[in-house]
Design a protein around this ligand. Structure first.
Ligand SMILES: [Zn+2]
Length: 267
């Protein structure tokens, strides 16, 4: 049985206090009942003197035990971790930028993938903020922490998305794709479509989705850990790069909308 995270502080919970107090009173009543019964069986004169109405008021011992058991079970049910409840206050979206301040990723002349996707992450953050959606990032401003920092954010997030730009030797290669585990296929397709519509690009893979098990890149740590990787376009394709630079705010707004809708649906 997996307990709630703060089970050691559970005595602070009102429901636990009430349950424990109630269980304690059931035990007291049971003890009093046993005592009375013991006393009564040894001193029949005393038992005979107890008015019938009082005798009828005395609960049967199994009623007391059921009450006690009920209280103990209620304490356990409160302490038990319920994943279906964990979409509320602690809910957050993780949005991270691929590569880092020391690893530029793909480059086209002076333009670095890591810098483009950091700007994109910040733009998505802006729209999530506007909508009041809690989110965590791998750095603020121009800071782009490495993959390890990004991986840590996946745990505890309701959804984790990392942004990249593709690159290919053929300058014609183009399009948007999102790599994820099969369970996130729909969300992956929605994210790719949001970007493609905003930038005027086409969808790659299965309507914008790439199953990581079928990806030429092999297993990606970010995806294996439950995250989604959005390849926003090809940095090596001049037209896509220009479209990205001119309209990335619009794409970021569309991506944020997909994430906001996804979060709303969880609540
Ligand atoms: Zn990349």
């Amino acid at each position: 049985m997996k307990l709630i995270d703060n089970w050691k502080q559970a005595w602070k919970l009102k429901s636990i206090q009430v349950g424990a107090l109630s269980a304690f009173f059931y035990i007291l009543m049971y003890a009093a009942f046993e005592l009375l019964w013991l006393f009564g069986s040894n001193f029949p004169q005393f038992w005979a003197a107890v008015p019938q109405e009082i005798k009828e008021l005395l609960p049967h011992s199994w009623v007391l035990w059921l009450g006690f058991l009920n209280n103990v079970l209620s304490i356990f049910s409160r302490l038990k971790y319920q994943p279906e409840l964990h979409t509320g206050v602690n809910q957050f979206v993780a949005i991270t930028a691929g590569h880092s301040n020391t690893d530029p990723g793909a480059v086209n002349g002076k333009i670095k993938e890591a810098e483009l996707v950091t700007k994109f992450r910040n733009a998505v953050s802006y729209y999530l903020q506007q909508a009041g959606v809690q989110h965590k990032m791998d750095g603020v401003g121009s800071t782009n922490l490495n993959l390890n920092a990004a991986l840590k954010l996946i745990k505890g997030s309701s959804v984790a998305v990392e942004f990249h730009m593709n690159a290919a030797t053929s300058k014609q290669a183009n399009g948007v794709e999102t790599i994820s585990l099969p369970k996130d296929k729909k969300l992956a397709q929605d994210l790719s479509k949001a970007v493609a519509d905003a930038l005027g690009s086409r969808l790659r893979g299965d309507n914008g989705w790439i199953d990581q098990s079928k990806s030429a890149r092999g297993r990606l740590a970010f995806v294996s850990n439950g995250g989604l990787i959005v390849e926003l376009g090809f940095i090596s394709n001049e037209a896509e790069l220009a479209a990205f630079q001119a309209r990335y705010w619009i794409a970021a707004k569309a991506v944020a909308k997909v994430l906001i809708d996804y979060e709303k649906a969880l609540k």
